[in-house]
Write a protein that binds this ligand. Structure first.
Ligand SMILES: [Zn+2]
Length: 589
């Protein structure tokens, strides 16, 4: 059984949801006011039998994991970790149950955090770094909040300390605290004579460390390498300290470095996180998307920063964030800016940060001379694909108007250029939407068909026995509703020996919850066969109507052979449809 299923088995969904929502019994389910939309009548339903929730108002639904993800704004893994803790199952970074090693790693890193802090604040070794931080305006309070520390200029101070605490060299090496020189076989401390920035996850554990020199020597920063508990792309520096503020403001400012984050925080701009280097990942983007609508990138002003900004913005937009870009001149990073100009001027920069498309428009207009044909073509090549990602036509038009004015191009010509560019890449989509339109006239039959598909899926979801019957009797493309087909395909691939079916997909899990909670049909083989027959009937009916249309055409054109052929086909179909009706009668009888 998978780890998620073992955890779910030990947690009752009614218990969990009751601590967030007041539930009252209603038949075999519980109902309450939905926590995910502004609900006035109880639309939120919890089924203790199916261990699922579903809201008939906002159509949100799923299992305990999904509920915790939504209500606490967590990722799937984070929700699983929290639920696991409730029932005494510890989960490591890979999503597997930990054998206790992970807990040990957290303990060691937390101990090392306190050790570095102690050296900085309580010993004579800490005098110089304390003065250094004071010169940079960092206050005691801020040092405490971010648990800053100092690593002594020694090859083995930390190693000796940890040995005295009974921590093995192996553990120290796994956690990247010491380096093992393979040639000499000697080990030495990784962090020496550096200010230490512990990298803390949202539960408060230190996963790794960053270390900064006190002078201009290189490398300026070093970090913990990848370890079983530290993966750089999975975490944002400062999020532990700033998460509440980000949620309150519904805005997150992303900076590059530790010092940028700390400086802004101390200056009172507390909704800030650091990407720790320039490669922004989808995982980091999703973590922010869950807690804030407005994401502002405030990276360094150098050229590397420019590229990093575009890459970072693209990652964020791909996961669905709305991104703005803050730019300024003179000061190289937010730390320097805020130390020289103070928070009010910096906040003004943040407030005036440009939406990503505006930023790119300015950048590309400056790069290419759009008064020349060549420059214009290059500009279109780069800007149109970006503009295409804007869903509102009116906004697209506004940008085109702006370009028209800037380039002194007649707007109509520009619209056409954009449409041609647009359509040539959109063809595939166009075709499917046209065919979707032609089905619209067949509303009644299609509504019926969707209901039958939903019932079929309800059977498939509830018993492998039913799933096998469906698999044997029907083609896999029986489902015309895209989501139903996706769920069905996943069911067909599911290994039921490992436990019941489940999915992490947000959309699909809501639909599954909806079907399971709202579908009333009795789960028996007889009712399943009846559903299959009715579905077959509809498919044949549809085929028959198509043939009738063809027949009319053949008659009009006077094609006698074809007319005869079609007429006999229609007759056969009619018989088949009739016999399905008969079979249904006998099943019912
Ligand atoms: Zn709702």
């Amino acid at each position: 059984m998978s780890i998620s299923q073992r955890i779910k088995e030990k947690i009752d969904i009614v218990d969990l949801i009751s601590s967030y929502v007041k539930l009252t019994r209603s038949g075999k389910n519980y109902i309450g006011l939905c926590p995910f939309h502004n609900d006035h009548n109880p639309s939120f339903t919890v089924s203790p039998e199916k261990q699922l929730f579903y809201c008939f108002g906002c159509k949100e639904g799923g299992d305990v994991i999904k509920f915790l993800m939504k209500i606490e704004h967590l990722s799937y893994r984070e929700a699983l970790v929290q639920l696991g803790r409730r029932v005494g199952i510890e989960i490591d970074e890979t999503g597997e149950e930990s054998n206790g090693g992970i807990r040990e790693f957290y303990k060691v890193n937390d101990l090392v955090t306190r050790y570095f802090y102690y050296i900085l604040m309580e010993t004579q070794y800490g005098k110089t770094p304390r003065e250094y931080l004071a010169r940079r305006g960092i206050k005691k309070e801020t040092i405490d909040t971010f648990r800053l520390g100092y690593a002594i200029a020694s090859w083995n101070a930390l190693q000796k300390f940890l040995e005295r605490k009974g921590i093995s060299l192996e553990t120290q090496e796994i956690l990247g605290l010491i380096i093992n020189d393979k040639e000499t076989g000697k080990t030495y401390d990784r962090f020496r004579d550096r200010i230490i920035f512990p990298i803390i996850d949202i539960t408060g554990h230190t996963l790794g460390f960053g270390g900064r020199v006190l002078d201009d020597s290189l490398p300026k920063y070093i970090n913990t390498p990848e370890t079983p508990i530290f993966r750089k792309g999975q975490i944002l520096y400062g999020l532990y300290q700033t998460r509440d503020e980000i949620m309150k403001k519904d805005q997150a400012i992303i900076v590059e470095g530790y010092m940028d984050c700390i400086s802004l925080y101390q200056a009172g701009i507390k909704n800030v996180v650091a990407s720790m280097g320039t490669a922004f990942t989808r995982e980091q983007g999703l973590a922010l998307k869950r807690i804030a609508k407005d994401i502002v990138i405030a990276f360094d002003t150098d050229t590397a920063g420019d590229l990093a900004v575009i890459r970072g913005a693209n990652v964020l937009r791909e996961v669905g964030c709305s991104v703005r870009i803050a730019r300024w001149s003179v000061f190289k990073d937010p730390d320097e800016f805020v130390r020289n100009q103070g928070p009010i001027v910096f906040l003004d920069i943040i407030n005036r940060a440009k939406p990503f498309l505006d930023y790119m428009l300015d950048l590309l207009i400056n790069r290419y001379d759009i008064s020349t044909l060549e420059g214009r073509v290059q500009f279109f090549q780069e800007f149109f694909p970006l503009l295409r990602t804007e869903p509102r036509v009116s906004v697209q038009r506004a940008y085109l108007d702006k370009i028209a004015t800037l380039g002194k191009i007649p707007p109509e010509i520009l619209y056409r250029e954009f449409d041609v560019f647009y359509i040539s890449r959109k063809k595939e989509f166009e075709v499917t939407s046209i065919s979707a339109l032609s089905w619209m006239q067949r509303e009644d039959i299609d509504a019926l068909r969707e209901r039958l598909e939903r019932q079929l899926l309800f059977f498939a979801l509830n018993d492998v026995k039913f799933l096998n019957i469906i698999r044997q009797l029907l083609q896999p493309d029986i489902f015309t509703v895209k989501e139903y087909r996706e769920i069905y395909e996943r069911l067909l691939q599911w290994d039921f020996d490992s436990g019941g079916f489940e999915t992490e997909d947000d959309r699909l899990s809501s639909i599954i919850a909806q079907i399971n909670i709202s579908e009333q049909i009795e789960l028996s083989e007889n009712t399943l066969y009846e559903t299959i027959n009715r579905l077959n009937g509809i498919i044949l009916q549809k085929k028959k109507e198509e043939l009738i249309k063809e027949l009319e055409l053949a008659e009009k054109s006077g094609d006698v052979e074809r007319t005869k052929e079609l007429a006999s086909k229609i007759q056969e179909l009619t018989k088949e449809i009739f016999s399905i009706g008969e079979r249904r009668m006998s099943v019912n009888g």
